[in-house]
Each structure stands twice: as C-alpha cells, then as structure tokens.
Ligand binder design. Structure first.
Ligand code: GPW
Length: 833
C-alpha cells in the first residue's frame, strides 16, 4: 500500500497505521460470522442491507455485556435514578454513533474496507429513527447520550411509534407527506422485553363507594385494557462508560380489550376492535410547538406514562417491597414539556387506588418526585385538554386533578391571597369557559419540585411572563438549565476532520470535556492552522455539494459562501425573512449583474406540519424562487438557492459541518433555546441571528464581533408589539416594498399569479405577528457585514475557529450535570465490570 503515492495516499496510510491489525482481523471475522449465521447469507451475495445488519450484530456483541454491568452496578448501589419521560426521542442513526462511542469506528472501517466496502456507504442503509419532530426530541436523544456517558442511573421512557415523523417529498415545489416506516425490515438495535409487558386500563366510569368506616372512596371501572409492550434501545456512553436504556412502549390489544365482542360471537368484529388498541402507537403527531388537541394524542400520552410508571413501581418494589417511604429519594421523574403531565395523576392513582396509600402520603411522594422542563412560551403550544375528553377516557384521573386543584386553591393560594377569586381563577388547573379545560402546565408547576426553562433568557421569561403568579408563591421553584448537544455525534462522528484537529491541539479527551477545545483559540491567528481549519470546512462543503447535486439536481460551488437555515418551518423561525432577503439580493443582481459580491448558496431544510398551510406556502415559495434563480444565467451563478428535501438527523450531520453561516433568526423572545445554533457554532459556522434563546449565550462565549447579530431585542419586541404596524415599514423601505409586492406577481410562478400571495398577506393583512418587516433592514445590514468579512479569508477563519473553540458549555454533558446537581440530586456511578 505504501507504494501508491497519489495525493490522498499519505492521509490514508496514516489512518490505517493507527488501527490495530489484530483488532481489524477479529472484527472482520465477527462480521463474516454474523453475515453467515445471523443474517443467513454470504460475502459473495450479501446486499448492502445485509452487510449493515451483520455490522450491527457485531457491534451488539460489545453492547450487551456493558449493559448488564451497568444495570447490575445501579441495582447494587440503589442510588437515586432519573426517569426521563418524553413523547419524542429523535435518535437518528445509531451505527456510526455507537461505533464511535465504543472507539471501534476505525477498526470497523478498515475491516469493511477489506471486504471492498465503504463503511459510510453501508451505514447509509440504516433508516433514521425519527421518533420526534425537532429540537425537543433531539434534545432528549442528546441527553440520553450524556446520561450514559456520565454514568448516571437513568431510564428514558417514550413511545414506540410504528411510523416516525413523515418522510417529506417535494413535488412541483410542494411538500408531500409520506409515511415513515423505519422498522419495515426490522430494527436490529431494539430488543423486545415481553417479561415487562403492562396492562393499561382506559375509559369507563367511576363508582363512589362508602367504606365500612363511613369514608368515601372511588372505584374506577375501565371499559377497556390496552397492552403495553416494551422495546429497549441500548444507548452507548462514550468510551466504555455505561449503557443506558431507552424503553419505548408499543400498544397492542389484550384479550380483555375485546372480550365482550368475542363472547357475542363477533370473531371478525373483535379483529377490527383490535386495530383500535394498536392505533395508539401507530404514528407520531407531526406538530412541532403546536398542540394537536386530539383524543388519540391524549391517549398516547397516558398510555406511555401509565406503562412507564408501572415499570418504575415494579422495579422499586423489587428492592423496597411495599414500603414507599423511600420512593421519592430513589426516583426522580423529569417531564419533557407537558406531554407526559398525565403521569402526575397516574402516580397519585396508583399509590392511592392500587397501593392503598392515603391522599396525603401519595401527594408527598408525587410532589417530591416530579420536575418539569418548559420548552416554549407560544400560547398555541401550551396544552389544554377539554374536560369532556378526560371524562370519557380518564374519569378517575380527572377526579384526582380536581382534588389536587381544590387543595391547592384552598391551601397555598388562599393563604397568600385570601378571598381573591381572580387569583384563584388565574392559577386554577381548570380553565372555565364554554368548554372547560385542564391546563397541563399549571398541573406541572403545582406538582413539580423544580420548573426549568432551556436557556437563560427563556427561563427568565418563564418565571416573569408565563408563570409570574406561581413565581410569587414559589420563587425558588424556577430555575434555568441551558440546553446542550452531544459532541460525540455533533463533532466527533459527523466531522472527522475537525475531530482530528482537536485531537492534535487539545488532546484526545475533548469529547468528554469540551472546554478543552478552547486550546484551539491560541492558534486562531496562525496562518497554518487557519488554512487547516478552512481546508476541513472546504472538504465538508465539497461533500455537501455532492449530496445537493444528488438530492436537488443543483450544481453548487464549494467556494461560495454556504448560508444555511435548517429547522422546522414556523412563522416565528422566520424562513420568510430569509427568503425576502434572497429576493432583494436577486433583484439587486438583476439590476447590476457585474457587482462584486461573494457567490452565495442559500441552503434550506424544513418540514412543515401537514395542516400548517402558511408554512407549506413558504416551502413552495422557497422552491419557486430557487427554481427561478438557479436557472437565471444573467446572474452568472453568483446566487443559488436549494431546498434539501426530507431534512432529518442524518442530513443534519452532513449539512452542519459544511456551513459557513448559521441562520438563527427567530423573533426575539420566541425561540426558547435552539440547539442547532450550538451544533453550527461547534463546527465553525458564524451565527447570523437575533438576540434570542441560546444565541445570546453563544455570542457571550464567542464574542459579538465574531458573529452577525441583528434585529429587535426581547424588550424592543415587547415594546413594539402592541403598536406595531407592518405597513409603516413596507411604505418606508423601497426595496422591502418591491420584494413584498413581487410575491403578488407571477414572476416566480409563471402562469400562476397569486401563488405566493398568502405570504404577503400574512405580513400586511394579518399584521405580521412575528415582526418580519420590522427586522428586515437590520437583517440585510447583517448580511452585508457577513459578505464583507467573508472576503477577508484570515479574519473569517479566525472568527470561525473562535466560535468552534468556545462552545464548551454547550456540551449536553454540562446540561446533564446541571440537572443532576441542581434538580435530580444524582450521583455519577463507577461501573463495575
Ligand atoms: F412546544 N420545541 C420543540 F415546547 O422542538 F413543546 N418542539 C416542541 O413541541 C416544543 C419545543 C414545545 C423546542 C423549542 O422550540 C426550541 O427552542 C428548543 O431548543 C427545543 O425545544 C429544546 O429545548
């Protein structure tokens, strides 16, 4: 191999030489063994899918031993454990991540190479596990990685959706949703655990009974039973630390479920009924930051919480029998937003109705076990369930909610604000009105020990604007834990070039202590390191350009500035602000095609909730504008606009390392934190963004001079909002008026005038609720500053390096340690082999 001295040879030789030959040989034999004996094929005729399955089987050999060690250690130590309840876990692909965390990636790559295979190519066979919508679900996945890596006793609990977030196709510029069947050919990571099946009651009515001593009690007579089947996904910590478990519940029908129908001789009817029970875990609701308000959604939430709590109780009772006095000191439960709130009355119910505790004992335990993380201030995302749905599905839970509410209003509220009914109706769990509703967030705040927001500014707003009255009652309940992301996935495995640079300047432990990356800062002025850093970026851009060509059919120049906005499509995230700017840039290029601007590629990726019409219109507009611009020879390739379809975790891993600019342009006060902003910065993109969410903390670390901050601040937004008139901005800015009016023409949609008008209408007739027009001029100016800096290669490289080097606090290990110390009181455990 050494004889071949092509340009890429030195690097290849270096990489191979660091890998232990004996390990490669052993790995290769294992893969071949699994290919033959687990998958039932042979190297000669195996498909790529079969190779991938054999690879996973090989990796699993490493995982299960560690899983047993982890579980035995935690069982023996019997310290407090956290139970992370989340309706979403956006895990993405696991193969490369697990190989990386086991430090076997290089060995596996070399082993596959000896079969003539490219590991990246083989790993493309793995479907994304997309059991989440966006930031909230991906955060839960990063947290599992950090919990495992930091050796905290934990279990993640969620739903085993048969279909994850829809697959997005773009047809004639429009989003079309297709089902995502991620397990069509089986998922080799998951293990079914029939021994831990649970039966969950639902529906029916509550009967009041009088006990012999004269006291009243309630007996729930459910109308059906659902079976919950657990599937375990092992989560591998970095470098031989623990293996955590993500337990996802699948719904099935039980005999009891359709007992009556069978008895009535309805064999076929009973089979139809069966599908009702199985519907519960069929599909993930595709709404990000909006409440679905559907009965099935509440059923999903209840189903997985009820299964999880029974699982928690079963395990607790294994070591503590029927003595619940230590429950709260052993069990911490974290609610990932309000989606799992129903776990609160369910724990009360289990303790009172099934375990025979008094209300007071049950409340004492429950209120010491739960904590709640809020992820949004958007009113349309705050869950409120109509009382009539509760009456139908969960009558006993409703009764307990009324009891919790009664005691709260007549206890703490009456004590603090005696006789104040206005205060009582504001703080009540029940919202009165034509349709009475249960306010899930209020139930969370009343019950939880701690309530946290996800970035400094957001936590301040949660306390001061969302729950000001609760904050008066319990000022110390409210705290902040700024989000983080796992550097194992978001640097080490998705950006190997950068990882090697960090190995060289910061030593090999930076993935466990991201603050070490600060070492790169002192090289930020050195030409040699700037060149190396920008070469890594360039290589990533070349790779992305290839992907873009494949997925969009558009040729883009890796030397151009790559400006990226990837996230769910939402008005508050303001993809349409970006689009208006692109249109104004295009307009100015048409007016003066020879102007000296940096060639730019604007890259979008976004899914819209299927019922969110305006969001879909914006996707259509981006595609229509892109189509026109990309084919306009007059602008000489200076501008390209691409919409990459079906944005998901595995695409993020290719896009983020290749970005020069990270667009984080939400209206200030609306993005709770953001987490892609952190991933972009770590990978050396400069943020073009507002002072919102974690952007504020990012520039606090990296310096405002190394990013492009624009727009109204939270205070300015709050001040302007009540008297805002978008027409003032529209009439005062010629350029803005011209691009907004352009939306009404058929310039971008030949033969279909008005096809983009809904966007203009939302900005002018609907009052521009997210202040797009107010921020336009400032946004344009920020882009001009970015253009100017990009021309100064050394200055840009330095800024990019400083951004990357200063993101230590955004490791999810830091977030998890904050939770462990300030909220869960957990101790990291040494895993015994
Ligand atoms: F509405 N987030 C999300 F708060 O991705 F529940 N989906 C959601 O349904 C909600 C929030 C919810 C996001 C926030 O928008 C984002 O700012 C934050 O970084 C992320 O959650 C993780 O905290």
């Amino acid at each position: 191999a050494a004889a071949k001295t092509t340009t890429s040879a030195p690097k290849a030789v270096k990489a191979t030489s660091t890998v232990d030959k004996a390990q490669v040989k052993a790995f290769k034999e294992q893969v071949e063994k699994h290919l033959r004996t687990t998958i039932g094929t042979s190297p000669e005729k195996a498909s790529k899918l079969a190779w991938w399955q054999a690879l996973v089987a090989t990796v699993n050999e490493d995982i299960f031993g560690r899983l047993t060690d982890t579980q035995q250690t935690h069982a023996k130590n019997d310290t407090r454990a956290v139970h992370y309840l989340s309706a979403e876990f956006l895990m993405g692909r696991l193969t490369i991540n697990n190989l990386t965390n086991l430090e076997k990636f290089d060995v596996a790559r070399e082993a596959l190479k000896e079969f003539g295979l490219d590991i990246n190519d083989i790993c493309e066979e793995e479907p994304d596990m997309a059991l989440g919508n966006g930031g909230l679900g991906r955060l839960a996945a990063c947290f599992m990685d950090s919990l495992a890596t930091c050796n905290y006793p934990c279990v993640g609990y969620g739903i085993h959706y048969e279909n994850g977030l829809f697959r997005q196709e773009i047809r004639a510029g429009k989003q079309v949703e297709r089902p995502d069947s991620w397990r069509e050919y089986g998922c080799p990571w998951e293990v079914c655990r029939p021994e831990s099946v649970q039966n969950i009651p639902l529906g029916g009515y509550v009967e009041k009974q009088t006990a012999p001593d004269g006291s009243q009690c309630s007996v729930w007579h459910p109308s059906s039973m659902i079976k919950g089947v657990p599937w375990d996904i092992p989560v591998v910590g970095y470098r031989g630390s623990s293996v955590a478990i993500l337990r996802l519940w699948e719904s099935r029908s039980t005999e009891q479920f359709n007992w009556d129908v069978f008895n009535a001789g309805g064999y076929v009817d009973a089979q139809t009924e069966k599908s009702l029970a199985e519907t519960i875990s069929k599909v993930l609701y595709p709404n990000d930051s909006t409440e679905a308000g559907k009965e099935l959604r509440l059923t999903q939430q209840y189903f997985f919480c009820a299964c999880s709590l029974r699982d928690i109780l079963r395990r607790y009772k294994r070591s503590h029998h029927n003595d619940f006095s230590e429950f709260a000191s052993k069990i911490a439960i974290q609610l990932n937003d309000t989606h799992p709130t129903i776990a609160i009355p369910e724990l009360m119910r289990l303790l009172i109705d099934e375990e025979g505790l008094s209300y007071e004992q049950a409340w004492d335990i429950t209120s010491k076990s739960f904590n709640y993380t809020n992820h949004t201030l958007l009113p349309e995302a705050l869950e409120k369930w109509p009382v009539y749905i509760f009456e139908k599905l969960l009558p006993r839970h409703l009764e307990l909610i009324y009891e919790i509410n009664f005691r709260f209003l007549n206890g703490p509220v009456e004590a603090k604000w005696p006789g104040n009914n206005e205060m009582k109706s504001k703080l009540s769990i029940i919202e009165e009105g034509e349709v009475r509703k249960v306010r899930m967030a209020n139930l969370c705040v009343i019950t939880s020990e701690h309530v946290n927001g996800v970035a400094k500014i957001h936590s301040k707003l949660v306390k001061e604007d969302l729950f000001p009255d609760y904050a008066q009652l319990w000022p110390n309940k409210f705290c902040n834990v700024t989000n983080g992301v796992t550097p194992r996935r978001w640097i080490l495995s998705c950006n190997r070039g950068l990882a090697e640079l960090y190995n060289d300047v910061a030593g090999k432990d930076w993935p466990l202590d991201l603050d070490k990356c600060e070492a790169l800062k002192k090289y930020a002025d050195k030409k040699e390191y700037q060149d190396r850093f920008m070469k890594i970026k360039h290589d990533n851009k070349v790779a992305l350009a290839k992907t873009i060509k494949e997925l969009c059919g558009v040729e883009v120049d890796p030397n151009a500035l790559f400006d990226v906005q990837v996230k769910r499509l939402h008005e508050y995230k303001r993809q349409h602000l970006n689009l208006l700017y692109i249109m104004s840039l295009y307009k100015s290029l048409l007016e003066d095609p020879d102007q000296d601007i940096v060639p730019q590629v604007f890259i979008f990726g976004a899914k819209a909730a299927p019922a969110y019409t305006l969001a879909k219109d914006i996707i259509f507009a981006i595609n229509a504008v892109g189509e026109k611009i990309n084919n306009d020879l007059r602008i000489k390739g200076k501008l390209k606009v691409v919409f990459i379809p079906n944005y998901r975790v595995s695409l993020a891993e290719k896009i983020i390392p290749a970005a020069d600019i990270s667009e984080q342009i939400s209206t200030a006060g609306y993005e709770a934190s953001g987490t892609s902003n952190m991933k972009f910065s770590m990978n050396g993109a400069l943020t073009l963004g507002t002072m919102d969410g974690a952007n504020i903390e990012i520039v606090e670390q990296a310096g405002i001079e190394n990013n492009f901050i624009f727009g109204l601040s939270v205070e300015e937004v709050q001040k302007l909002k009540p008297r805002y008139n978008p027409w003032d901005y529209y009439n005062a800015d010629h350029d803005l008026k011209a691009v907004v009016d352009w939306l009404d023409s058929d310039f971008f949609t030949p033969g279909q005038p008005g096809a983009l008008s809904s966007i203009k209408s939302s900005l002018l007739n609907n009052g521009d609720p997210f202040l797009v027009l107010a921020d336009f001029a400032s946004y344009k100016a920020a882009h001009q500053r970015a253009q100017k800096m990009f021309k100064d290669k050394a200055k840009w490289a330095k800024a990019a390096m400083i951004n990357s080097a200063t993101m230590g606090i955004f490791s999810s290990d830091r977030s998890i340690k904050d939770y462990a110390t300030n909220i869960w009181t957990l101790k990291s455990q040494l895993i015994k082999k």
